[in-house]
Design a protein around this ligand. Structure first.
Ligand code: GDP
Ligand code: IMO
Ligand code: MG
Length: 429
């Protein structure tokens, strides 16, 4: 059976963590395939909240194999901290339940320093990165000076690579970014410590994953970020530094393209974005504040307030097209209770023309105007919804209209953060 891919269809924070945790009940292996600890995936199980930055969201199910694939960038300090925190709560009881790719690139202290210093210097033009060193780590991977997890096990090679990189990074940090240089010995020693902590989990995850699929195991590929943050297809340059579309899952996990099966697109019933960049349906008024308060829209990684706005079908339509989304998991519908009317952006207008898909040119984005369709709202709380028939009529019409506008059926409806506040409408494997 091919693998199921879960991706974000907006600007991240759609609720991927909740949905992956839910689907992981029926999976054997859960894999992160891109991004790093810029991600913050929230799981609420039995009233207890868990935020995961690197460990896949299958980890609360004992016995699931969680893999961090070759396409991920790993800050070992964060990963080790996450493992310790999970272990302290009784999770990850067996080393074999976490597999870390020896091919994944390491985030180094100079990546974080460069990320933060550059953002400071960009001033009002800042991207609003998470400051976790993601972009600089991917830069080094692509320019072939990166250090991978497996490289830590070659003492001489690691020392030389670190020395060479640090010489160049320190020159850059001091001369161009006005930052203090970083000391070799401290980094060297710390990373050798991480090496020992990660040793039990080190694996050729691609080979293990292909073998698992061949043996008929059920595999879930967990995307991070969202389609509009994709480095090629998002709102460049206000994007992250990896590919967030479903096809990236094959390369990032080490699978052939034909191993990918169903694609689940997670969409929030409204829109949020953290950081800078275009956001046509943003609400900067009291309605936006209300969405932020009711939806608890504060970053799971950085705690920053999220920008909030109406649902943008243009954006999700694009994500459905790019990733071949088979079904939408629609989250946070409960947050819209009490809003009247509820608005949906159905198209953009640019210079008198109607656009059904987003523009690609950077200069076009600030000029697009959302074309809205208003629908009557509903007052009822959706907490007890068990089936589509339980929804207030107007909520049901909103969901049905949304599916038509984005061009994909609703496969799952989420009406609360808890695992069981979910209505399943289709089989997602
Ligand atoms: P991710 O990055 O896509 O995994 O999403 P985040 O975890 O960053 O943000 C989603 C937030 O919404 C988290 O706080 C979740 O607990 C919460 N959440 C997920 N689904 C629902 C839902 O249907 N209703 C409500 N009210 N909260 C939800
Ligand atoms: P999850 O997986 C929301 C955003 C940052 C910034 C831009 C670039 O939780 O949905 P980066 O640190 O990646 O170089 O920052 O991307 N960003 C996210 N926004 N959710 C995320 O992950 C994000 N990961 C990165 O806010 O605008
Ligand atoms: Mg998040």
């Amino acid at each position: 059976m091919p693998a199921t891919v879960v991706i974000g269809t907006q600007w991240g924070d759609e609720g991927k963590g909740k949905i992956v945790d839910l689907l992981a009940a029926d999976a054997d292996v859960v894999v992160r395939f891109h991004g790093g600890n810029n991600a913050g995936h929230t799981l609420v199980v039995n009233g207890e909240k868990t935020i995961l930055n690197l460990v896949p969201a299958g980890v609360l199910h004992p016995g699931r194999v969680c893999m961090i694939g070759p396409g991920v960038v790993i800050d070992p300090e964060v990963l080790v901290g996450e493992i310790d925190a999970l272990r302290a709560r009784g999770y990850l009881a067996d080393d074999a339940w976490l597999r870390v790719s020896e091919q994944a690139h390491l985030i180094m202290p100079y990546h974080r320093a460069i990320d933060r210093a550059r953002e400071r210097l960009r001033g009002t033009e800042a991207i609003g990165t998470t400051g976790r060193g993601i972009g600089p780590a991917y830069e080094d991977k692509v320019n072939r000076s990166g250090i991978r997890v497996g490289d830590l096990f070659d003492e001489v090679g690691f020392r030389e690579a670190l020395r060479t990189n640090l010489r160049e990074k320190n020159a850059y940090l001091e001369a161009l970014l006005g930052e203090a240089p970083l000391a070799f010995d401290a980094i060297h020693e710390r990373y050798l410590g991480y090496r020992e902590r990660l040793r039990p989990f080190l694996a050729d995850t691609g080979a293990e994953l292909r073998a698992a699929l061949a043996a008929g195991r059920r595999v879930l590929l967990e995307g991070a970020q969202g389609t509009m943050l994709d480095v090629d297809h998002g709102t460049y340059p206000y994007v992250t530094s990896s590919s967030c579309v479903a096809s990236a899952a094959a390369a990032g996990a080490g699978l052939p393209a034909r191993a990918l099966g169903r694609v689940v697109g997670i969409a929030k019933a409204y829109t949020t974005r953290v950081g800078g960049g275009p956001f046509p349906t943003e609400l900067t008024d009291a309605l936006g504040e209300r969405l932020r308060a009711d939806g608890d829209e504060y970053g799971a990684t950085t705690g920053r307030p999220r920008r909030c706005g109406w649902f943008d079908a243009v954006v999700v339509r694009q994500a459905v097209a790019f990733s071949g989304v088979d079904g939408i998991a629609l989250t946070k519908l409960d947050v819209l209770s009490g809003m009247d009317p509820v608005r949906m952006c159905v198209a953009y207008e640019l210079g008198g023309r109607r656009l059904e898909l987003p523009p690609h040119a950077r200069h076009a984005w600030p000029r697009v105007k959302p074309v809205y369709e208003d629908m009557p709202g509903w007052r009822e709380s959706l907490g007890g919804t068990k089936s589509l028939d339980d929804l207030p009529g107007n909520a049901r019409r909103y969901v049905e209209r949304l599916a038509v506008l984005v061009g994909a059926p609703i496969a799952l409806l989420s009406i609360g953060a808890q695992r069981d506040q979910t209505v399943r409408l289709a089989d997602l494997f």
